[in-house]
Design a protein around this ligand. Structure first.
Ligand code: NAP
Length: 307
């Protein structure tokens, strides 16, 4: 059994900021970096709104800098995923890879992942024309026709982004109203190469080796239609990465970790930070702020409660 003071699960901005604060407080944290080291920011290109970078910074570079900063103060990293956790007894225990770890306190910062339509044809063509990240993959569709599915801010922003690269963008949404902010809706409607296909659902992604089109079904009665596109971007929200915590920590009805104050979970000594709890702001800077708070609370807990 590998015994630790503090284990941080997840290595996005929340986990890495927690690691910086915890290592500077001499807690010698172990960061279990998870299946997507660096988190969602590594899937984006330029980050223009993270304070301190007036020229912007690449998401991957920002995460590498945060990790280096944590390592400088003694944080250790383990490239593995947590499969199960037991917080009923103290110290807490968890399995990561084939090793069992124990920890006096834990910070959960496992983030969230893109939600998919879950059509077999969509899953088969991921990376072959189907993508969940316009900023990452939009460039491959320069001058081509693409579609995006979703009606929220993400879908609207990604459609506007894609419209700068693709020759034409069709935004498909299952309802006749978008939930995106009005300013984004206005921009969508005034863009020359964006068509809104409202009240339609993607029924099948067409194509053998690569995407060649979509079969769309109307929400109300009516005939299916085919739309020829080279790419489909799926922007229908995110799912919190909370599988290992089901039954151990209180989760809300959508699976996010519950927390009254955004730091404490239902188990004393287990703290939360970032998108695995926060479904509203979902920004690197807010996740980093939550990581800082979680580390400070873990320090206090280790000093006072678990001493
Ligand atoms: P969201 O607001 O939850 O929107 C998800 C969209 O996908 C909704 O329109 C939903 O339809 C649709 N959808 C969900 N499941 C679907 C399915 N199985 N099939 C078809 N459509 C489906 O998610 P989001 O756009 O990713 O935004 C998440 C949060 O981040 C929001 O709070 C948003 O404001 C914020 N955000 C902000 C910005 C910004 O620039 N300020 C940018 C991006 C995101 P319904 O409308 O029918 O429910």
């Amino acid at each position: 059994m590998n015994k630790r003071n503090l284990i941080i699960i997840g290595s996005g901005p929340a986990g890495l900021t927690a690691a910086i604060y915890a290592s500077r407080a001499s807690l010698s944290p172990l960061v279990i970096s998870g299946p997507e080291p660096g988190g969602q920011l590594t899937l984006t290109s330029e980050v223009e709104d993270y304070p301190g970078f007036p020229e912007g910074v690449l998401g991957q570079d920002l995460m590498e800098k945060m990790r280096a900063q944590a390592e400088r103060f003694g944080a250790e990293f383990l490239s593995a995923s947590v499969a199960s956790i037991n917080v009923a007894n103290r110290p807490f225990t968890m399995m990561a890879g084939s090793t069992e770890y124990s920890a006096r306190s834990i910070i959960v910062a496992t983030g969230a992942s893109a939600r998919w339509l879950d059509l077999p044809s969509e899953q088969r063509l991921i990376g072959k024309g189907v993508s969940s990240c316009a900023v990452c993959d939009g460039y491959f569709f320069k001058g081509k026709d693409v579609a995006i599915v979703g009606g929220g801010d993400s879908a609207a922003k990604e459609a506007l982004y894609l419209a700068k690269l693709a020759s034409h963008v069709t935004l498909i949404h299952r309802r006749t109203e978008l939930r995106a902010q009005k300013i984004l809706q206005d921009r969508l409607r005034s863009a020359e190469n964006i068509t809104l296909k409202l009240g339609w659902a993607v029924e099948e992604v067409l194509g053998e080796m690569v995407v060649s089109g979509l079969r769309l079904a109307p929400a109300e009665a009516g005939d299916a239609e085919k739309l020829a596109v080279a790419g489909l971007f799926v922007a229908i929200g995110h799912i919190p990465n909370t599988k290992p915590f089901v039954g151990s920590l209180a989760l809300d009805d959508q699976g996010y970790i519950e927390s009254k104050d955004g730091v404490h979970t239902s188990v004393e000594g287990v703290f939360v930070a970032g998108d695995v709890h926060d479904r509203t702001y979902r920004q690197a800077v807010t996740a980093a702020g939550m990581g800082c708070k979680a580390a400070m609370q873990a320090e206090e807990y280790l000093e006072e409660v678990a001493a």
